[in-house]
Ligand binder design. Structure first.
Ligand code: ADP
Length: 470
């Protein structure tokens, strides 16, 4: 009997009616954190946290009168100072006359369980109260849970949507392709899907949303359920729209006076330039240069605003990519020469035609070539190459210039981003060129990437799919 109590995985004790310990097992001592020498002095009441003492003692007093079991969840201050949660059950022992003579009971360390329940409780609250909409669905898309955010945004109560298809929340405003792409990704490929979309509320009002649907897989790799998180981004979209409209308006307004300045400066050179002193000519030259910089900036801003308001239409046609690249390089030879740089262009002999918008791709190439020259010191070298790789045609622009610091590389295609070394050495830049290049590549089903080592040089790659026009 003693051995079986000793082997119990929970603390067991026997005490008299005054709470003095008569015997206990090792697990009991273990929970309290006392060693065997203290054996019989170890009474759980001595370890009660002050805040929990009133409850514990009142239950004990009641039990002494009622002779009923004490059941208590409380905190103890272990002998090593650690605070733990325990569950205590003490059953009264009665003699033949029915008098209470003591208790036999159990003491269980429930700290892990209590902590887990607390975390779970907080987790539940966080999911429930968060602003975003959170929905769980079964593998067929039937909603099994919707948080408060869903009702706040869509107007549907949890009762109205639990048990219905998640699609009910969305209003089916996107084209079929969107929904089938999403279902293929989460249901067949079993990978998360993120996108922006237009949804409809219960009231019929539409709103912009950003969603992320993640399939949660079981041990066999099958979808156990889906978690959908959605954020109402209507306000952000509106602010973006206003910002875009402002940029577009300001850029358009700036173009006219800038063109006039350009034209007036050119007039100076057409007139009898002998009337100008050397210094005056220098000043006119500077005005012209600064004006060109402003024109470039305004054009970049216009491009961004057109991209963001989806106002640029692609006009693809069969284009000889080698000729387009050579023409672009030629249009920039003067600037390369001015910086005493050399440029080599290398394309395959066989003509490669691509279905592309020649104007936009030409602008993107010019951006890469002008960057290569700009970020390479006087006397540096540039290389432009083209070659077929699988079913893509890849154009690379290499330089032996300042390179891009490793920590800045992941931001390089972001709007307005400039690497720290570029900012220090060259104030003339706006960080809009590569954003545009990336957009052009992606609009053609292509992509852009780079390799760069600071103080050694960079290579930017622009790849377009090879396909026939149909
Ligand atoms: P901008 O040149 O006007 O600053 P871009 O969008 O064309 O803007 O380029 C973004 C940033 O990428 C540049 O500011 C520079 O830090 C870096 N970068 C682009 N091309 C090169 C290059 N060839 N060599 C080194 N850094 C480059």
């Amino acid at each position: 009997m003693t051995t079986s109590i000793e082997n119990l995985p929970i603390g067991a004790f026997y005490e008299d009616a005054n709470g003095a310990l008569i015997s206990c097992n090792n697990k009991y001592l273990d929970v309290l954190g006392v060693n065997s020498c203290d054996n019989l002095k170890a009474n759980w009441r001595q370890y009660l946290l002050n805040e929990d003492k009133p409850l514990a003692f009142s239950l004990w007093e009641k039990s002494l009168k009622s002779k009923k079991t004490i059941h208590l969840n409380c905190r103890l201050n272990k002998s090593n100072g650690n605070v733990i949660w325990v569950e205590i059950k003490a059953n009264p022992l009665l003699n033949d006359k029915g008098d209470l003579t003591g208790y036999v009971g159990t003491l269980i360390d429930t700290t892990n369980q209590v902590m887990f329940e607390k975390v779970l409780e907080r987790f539940k609250k966080a999911v429930e109260k968060t602003e975003s909409q959170i929905v769980f669905t079964d593998p067929n898309g039937l909603i099994v849970y919707a948080n408060e955010g869903v009702e706040k945004t869509t107007g549907y109560t949890s009762g109205e949507i639990v048990g219905t298809k998640a699609g009910k929340l969305w209003g089916g405003l996107m084209d079929k392709e969107f929904y089938s792409k999403m279902w293929k990704q989460i249901g067949v490929d079993k990978i998360p899907f993120s996108a922006e979309l237009i949804n409809k509320k219960k009231s019929g009002e539409t709103y912009f949303a950003e969603i992320n649907v993640t399939p949660i897989l079981d041990a066999k790799g099958e979808v156990e359920f889906f978690v959908g998180i959605e954020r109402d981004i209507t306000y952000i979209k509106e602010v973006d729209k206003v910002k875009n409209e402002f940029i577009s308006l300001a850029s358009h307004q700036l173009r006219t006076p800038l063109s006039s300045i350009k034209w007036l400066c050119e007039l100076f050179w057409q007139e009898d330039t002998n009337r100008l002193t050397k210094d005056q000519k220098k000043i006119v030259g500077k005005v012209q240069n600064e004006n060109e910089r402003l024109i470039k900036l305004v054009n970049s801003l216009l491009n961004v605003s057109r991209i963001e308001s989806k106002k640029i239409n692609l006009n693809p046609s069969l284009t000889d990519i080698s000729k387009l690249t050579h023409d672009t390089v030629d249009s920039f030879r003067k600037q390369i020469g001015d910086r005493q740089q050399t440029i080599e262009v290398n394309f395959p002999d066989t003509m490669q035609e691509l279905v592309i918008d020649a104007k936009l791709v030409g602008e993107a190439l010019l951006n890469l070539i002008s960057n290569a020259s700009k970020y390479t010191p006087i006397g540096g070298r540039l290389w432009v190459k083209g070659k077929t790789v699988g079913n893509e045609f890849v154009i690379s622009v290499t330089d032996n210039g300042i390179g891009i610091p490793i920590n800045d590389q992941r931001h390089i295609f972001e709007k307005f981003f400039r690497a720290q070394n570029a900012n220090q050495t060259l104030t003339d830049g706006n960080g809009l060129g590569l954003y545009f290049v990336k957009w052009v590549a992606e609009q053609h089903g292509g992509h852009v990437w780079f390799e760069s080592t600071q103080n050694v040089g960079s290579t930017f790659y622009l790849a377009f799919p090879i396909k026939s026009k149909n």
